[in-house]
Design a protein around this ligand. Structure first.
Ligand code: GLY
Ligand code: MN
Ligand code: MN
Length: 465
């Protein structure tokens, strides 16, 4: 058994999470009497008797580790008691859906002090309020409390502070959460290897997407962290490409396109992998793709090498731009001095997104404090504006893209056109885009890279041949 599987044989640390959230509420709001959260409900598809695809509410999962719909949880912060509520047996539905999880079974699975039925929620809340002599506050999340739920007996009900408190607590992952992210990465690596294999004979992007999703499901990730991006050739210049159905044969030349960008990760027990690779479609990278790949890999490796507790993410992002500028100068795509190109933000035309984002139960995880109003285009889409704390997990995903929609205005502007060599640039449009994305756990003295998918040119080409 691997060390990851060993950690995951234990229970998800729901009670430790409840304590950390209560501590934060105490620091910010002078104490929490009770925290109450509901799971996502079973919801029907409009005009159909089928249920909608289920996605557990993250705040509820964080305090339970439970993937059941229609459940609830209450944490009595004074008594330090965590109570999970599971739906009782609905005799009408057993024939269709089987027996629901019993309280006894749930007690064995989850890190909670007791399990009751959802029909016991109001009496339990009332009893907690009365043991606190009506002096404490109940915290919950607006829009996520069922109509019949009553907080009668508490001194106040606060439905605005809890969501942020949980989001902020989630930034620092414990060993169990890091193991879940590692597991999601291990499975997603299998999916990326399957994608390389499928790409050898694929004639359409959809065949590669099918291989990714198939490998994820077969290895334990039923859900994707996000819709996979499988973008052949120039499609790679679209950051959140959604088509995944384009032929991999160039319609003009009738040749296979050079490369395909794959951004895909599986979700394991709500924890997300988020991995991007670019692979050749003809065994070896074409010259221009290889040149850009080398620059992006350099951006990524130097940025990762900088990482440890306390590093300012803005600085890491700025370093990625400087390396991009140096590389594009060397290729002759850019002209001028590194300093001037950096100051004029010319590299933003080639690397328009942020270097990465926190990763956890959401792909773009909570607590990043972005500033989408930032007047500085280099930092506007940076999803994390912080000194990185130990225990956070962040993606490092530099890219260089050849997107006419973004580059042409810079090229055609009298002020900035001189910085780009249009003749040299012509050779690179067909690269589309190169992004390389790994998931990094920040530690006190450095980092752990959770992503093991093949990445060096040699590794990728040896699998792609
Ligand atoms: N897969 C989405 C992202 O990398 O942010
Ligand atoms: Mn990402
Ligand atoms: Mn991604």
């Amino acid at each position: 058994m691997t060390s990851v599987d060993n950690i995951l044989t234990g229970k998800y640390p729901a009670k430790a999470h409840a304590r950390r959230v209560a501590d934060l509420l105490k620091a910010r709001h002078g104490g929490a009497g009770a925290i109450y959260l509901e799971a996502q409900k079973t919801r029907m598809i409009e005009d159909s008797d089928e249920t909608m695809p289920f996605r557990q509410r993250r705040p509820f999962f964080y305090l339970t580790g439970c993937l059941l719909p229609d459940a609830a949880v209450v944490y009595d912060a004074v008594a330090d008691q965590l109570t999970l509520f599971v739906p009782p047996i609905d005799e009408e539905s057993v024939i269709w859906s089987g027996l629901p999880l019993s309280p006894e079974e749930a007690s064995k699975l989850y890190d909670v002090d007791r399990v009751l039925f959802t029909t016991d929620i109001n009496s339990t809340l009332a009893s907690i309020a009365s043991t606190h002599n009506g002096k404490t506050a109940a915290f919950s999340i607006a829009e996520q409390v069922s109509e019949g739920t009553s907080f009668k007996g508490f001194a106040e009900t606060n439905v605005s502070a809890l969501k942020t408190a949980i989001e902020d607590t989630r930034v620092i992952k414990d060993a169990y959460e890091v193991a879940l992210l590692r597991k999601a990465n291990e499975i997603s690596t299998k999916a990326h290897v399957a994608a390389i294999e499928a790409a050898k004979t694929a004639t359409n992007e959809r065949q590669i997407e099918a291989a990714i999703i198939g490998a994820c499901i077969a290895n334990g990730c039923r859900e994707q962290s996000y819709h996979p991006i499988v973008a052949g050739g120039e499609g790679g210049a679209t950051l959140h490409y959604v088509r995944n159905d384009v032929d991999l044969i160039d319609p003009d030349t009738k040749q296979r396109k050079n490369n395909v960008l794959i951004d895909a990760g599986g979700e394991y027990q709500t924890y997300c992998a988020d991995i991007t690779r670019v692979i050749p479609l003809n065994g070896k990278f074409a010259t221009e793709t290889r040149q850009i790949y080398e620059i992006v890999l350099q951006m990524q490796m130097e940025c990762i090498a900088m990482l440890k507790e306390g590093v300012c993410w803005d600085d890491v992002h700025a370093l990625a731009h400087r390396i991009a500028i140096r590389g594009l100068l060397e290729l002759g795509i850019l002209r001028g001095s590194e300093e001037e190109l950096f100051e004029k933000r010319i590299s933003v035309a080639f690397f328009p997104h942020g270097l990465g984002h926190y990763l956890g139960m959401d792909t773009h995880d909570t607590g990043g404090n972005p500033n989408y109003e930032d007047k500085d285009t280099m930092f506007r889409y940076l999803r994390v504006r912080a000194n990185l704390p130990a225990g956070s997990v962040i993606t490092v995903e530099p890219g260089i893209y050849f997107c006419r929609f973004i580059i042409d205005p810079v090229l055609n502007s009298p002020e900035t056109g001189k910085y780009i060599d249009a003749e040299v640039l012509k050779r690179y449009w067909k690269v589309g885009g190169v992004r390389i994305e790994d998931n990094i756990h920040i530690t006190k003295d450095g980092f752990e890279n959770l992503t093991t998918a093949p990445k060096t040119i040699m590794e990728v080409e040896s699998l792609a041949m």
